[in-house]
Ligand binder design. Structure first.
Ligand code: NAI
Length: 363
């Protein structure tokens, strides 16, 4: 029997292509993994009437670890988000997104090395929404007005932003524990507490309390809009950032831009029992089926997975080979080629990029 049994969700759009390249690279590293390949998303909706059939959750609960490609959330079919559904069903409350400069990709900054830790279960992103003009929304508006809180227009839709003490404590503690484990020196809590006093204000208050329990790690806090500006001006001032869900979503894409784009930004969703590894990016529909997308973020997500499984040697082997291929700048996908030369001429395919990494591993 294989040493590790891992659920593999190839996903939609570019997902199958980038996960195929990733699996080849992981297997070439010599690590002993048996993949349980599970379909989810767009390709199963017709058959199961849901993008997230129970067997997906069952497989991850059984194997405890999953590697996932991006999934499409179909618009207008009543499904809010497949990804949010998956994170909620498995209580994957912490989203880790390391943002580290890779060589030779033409990114605007050198030596960026920070980590975005995003709360995954609460906030506006939890998706408690009320559609404009419905009876429920009218009732909610009346209640809010009765409580004397505000007057809301009749034609407004409403989203609810729950942020709890327990949810905030859990993610901020996770950020400090992560900082300790990975020898990081500072945690910054990112918020908009000056305006949203009872939600972001609560997150900030809890962050300050938790920070007192970790005197060996520096702590500061920053307002989210100022954070965006500072990240663009000087990303080297940041170390570990901990953010409520929606800011975490937005700021992590900004951070991916600092290191050369979404094709290079990996991620992990972690809970107390299960772990699911996936790139920050989505299904990139315009590149789907063309074998041209960059599999680096997916491969780096697999590297994070291997570290989680204790397979440090295989993880390092893949990481070093990826760096080697990127640093040469020859066998790279269209996105990197375009950044480097202003043209996609000479770009290699997704599968050839994977093959170049495999060859570099042998070198
Ligand atoms: P996206 O991340 O798919 O694409 C944004 C831009 O980045 C596009 O220009 C795309 O071509 C480029 N890009 C993304 N990944 C790339 C890669 N590996 N190589 C080269 N270029 C890459 O975001 P978008 O267009 O907003 O969303 C498309 C779909 O993906 C939606 O259905 C959305 O719901 C889904 N999505 C899924 C996620 C997940 O499964 N975790 C995360 C984000 C979006």
């Amino acid at each position: 029997m294989a040493k590790h049994l891992v659920t593999l969700i190839p996903g939609d759009g570019i997902g199958p292509e980038i996960t195929r390249a990733t699996v080849s690279v992981v297997e070439a590293s010599g690590v002993d993994i048996e993949w349980e390949v599970i379909k989810a998303g767009q390709s199963v909706i017709e058959q199961y009437n849901t993008p997230l059939p129970d067997y997906v959750i069952d497989s991850i609960k059984k194997n405890k670890v999953a590697l996932k490609g991006p999934l499409t959330t179909p618009i207008g079919t009543g499904f809010r988000s497949v990804n949010v559904g998956l994170r909620k069903a498995l209580n994957l409350y912490a989203n880790i997104r390391p943002i580290k400069t890779l060589p030779g990709n033409g990114a605007r900054y050198e030596d960026v090395d920070l980590v975005v830790i995003r709360e995954n279960m609460e906030d506006l992103y939890a998706g408690i929404e009320f559609e404009k003009g419905t009876a429920k929304t009218r009732e909610l508006i009346e209640t809010i007005e009765k409580l004397g809180e505000a007057s809301i227009k009749d034609d407004a839709g409403i989203s609810i932003k729950p942020i709890s003490v327990s949810g905030s404590e859990r993610i901020v503690r996770f950020a400090f524990e992560y900082a300790q484990k990975h020898k990081r020196s500072k945690v910054s809590a990112i918020h908009k507490a000056n305006i949203m006093k009872h939600t972001d204000g609560l997150f900030l208050e809890v962050s300050r309390d938790v920070a007192k329990k970790y005197p060996d790690i520096a702590f500061d806090d920053k307002i989210v809009d100022a954070t965006c500006m500072s990240l663009v001006l000087n990303p080297h001032n940041f170390d570990v950032l901990v953010l409520p869900n929606l800011y975490g979503d937005i700021v992590s894409d900004l951070c991916a831009g600092l290191i050369g784009g979404l094709g290079l930004a990996p991620g992990a969703n972690i809970g107390d029992e299960y772990a699911l590894f996936e790139p920050v990016h989505g299904t990139a529909p315009s590149h789907a089926g063309k074998n041209e997308a960059n599999p680096s973020a997916q491969i780096l997500s697999a590297v994070m997975m291997l570290e989680h499984l204790g397979e440090f040697e295989a993880a390092a082997k893949i990481y070093d080979a990826l760096r080697l291929v990127l640093s040469k700048g020859e066998q790279v996908t269209y996105d990197i080629k375009r950044t480097l030369t202003g043209s996609t001429d000479g770009a290699v395919s997704t599968s050839d990029f994977g093959q170049a990494i495999i060859e570099a591993m042998g070198a």
